[in-house]
Design a protein around this ligand. Structure first.
Ligand code: SAM
Length: 310
């Protein structure tokens, strides 16, 4: 088990993740761009250098796993109250599955949560009577999941795995869901969507939320200053961060709307609805680049409601 700072939590079920984790990358960066280029879902770490650079999916996953392990404590401290220990929040707009009901009645259904973090969504699904299995790439996030199991006395069965190589039998779930889990951090979304579709039974549903593709054209600034387009929507070069030695520490890829729809179709999924949640009136919580200023003008989240033909 990898070393972590901070308190240890015990009892997390886990399976080994791929050997790619051992291959650290050292991309040669010609220039370091100004902070205005930051384009990050999570809080920016000041010591990191932001840039845009082509990297492989394996490099992105290795960097992001370490990043989530490193940042999980701060992430849960910052967003845990908003997410609620037993709550299913789809996005920074605060859209709640209890109101949206994208998944319908899940009582008695076998549900897989993709990139489950501290398992808040899974815990809510358990409370609705679903049979749930959750997985996440980050050990530290899974340790927080275990912490919330103990705090709430509602235990989420969670394993350590990556969305591009699922350790589950084919057609073993009725429903899969993901609230910003795994998919916004993957370059190979085709592989991940194919993997999720494979473990769903015919007719099974997959609903997932991601960073809205339009978000990429704006800098990471929730104020008026962040309303000027600074990147081409069509430039898929991933946003990356590196440490002082040039090691890749974080990657956030960009996929356009048509990239997502093509990947959904290629995986054998049918798109039922694309939801772009409104920024609710009076909701003033800022989450990275998300906030009421930009939220009232352009969408920050895309939610894809899909199912396997059958
Ligand atoms: C924004 S959190 C989503 C969890 C929860 N819904 C929330 O809002 O906190 C993103 C999660 O995706 C996980 N993740 C990133 N890449 C992944 C991958 N390739 N496979 C599985 N999980 C991954 C991260 O470790 C993190 O816990």
């Amino acid at each position: 088990m990898p070393e972590h700072s901070g308190p240890a939590f015990h009892g997390v079920a886990a399976s080994p993740v791929g050997a790619w984790l051992r291959h650290r990358s050292r991309p040669a960066l010609a220039t370091h761009l100004a902070p205005a280029v930051r384009c990050r879902y999570r809080r920016f770490v000041q010591s990191r250098q932001p840039n845009f650079l082509e990297v492989s999916d394996a490099q992105a996953q290795a960097a992001n796993r370490s990043d989530w392990d490193r940042e999980a404590d701060d992430y849960q401290a910052e967003h845990g109250e908003f997410l609620r220990d037993t709550g299913f929040i789809w996005s920074p707009e605060g859209l709640d599955e209890a109101d949206a009901s994208f998944l319908g009645d899940v009582a008695g259904s076998r549900v897989l949560e993709v990139g489950s973090g501290a398992g808040q969504c899974s815990r809510w699904l358990l409370a609705q009577g679903a049979e749930v299995v959750a997985f996440d790439l980050s050990w530290r996030q899974l340790q927080h999941s275990r912490r919330l199991d103990l705090k709430t006395s509602v235990a989420v069965p969670a394993v350590c795995a990556t969305a591009t190589a699922l350790p589950f039998a084919g057609e073993s779930f009725d429903v899969a869901c993901s609230a910003f889990g795994a998919l916004p951090f993957l370059i190979d979304i085709d592989k991940a969507l194919f993997e999720v579709a494979s473990v769903l039974r015919p007719g099974g549903q997959f609903v997932f939320s991601v960073v809205h593709p339009l978000r990429r054209v704006f800098p990471d600034d929730p104020t008026e200053a962040g309303l000027t387009v600074t990147r081409s929507y069509f430039d898929r070069t991933p946003y990356v961060e590196t440490d002082d030695e040039g090691n890749l520490t974080y990657v956030e890829p960009h996929h356009t709307l048509s990239d997502w729809i093509s990947a959904i179709q290629a995986a054998g999924l049918t798109l039922e609805r694309l939801v772009e949640p409104d920024w609710p009136h009076g909701h003033d919580r800022v989450w990275g680049g998300w906030g009421p200023v930009r939220g009232q003008l352009v969408p920050g989240t895309a939610i894809f409601v899909t199912h396997v033909a059958g």
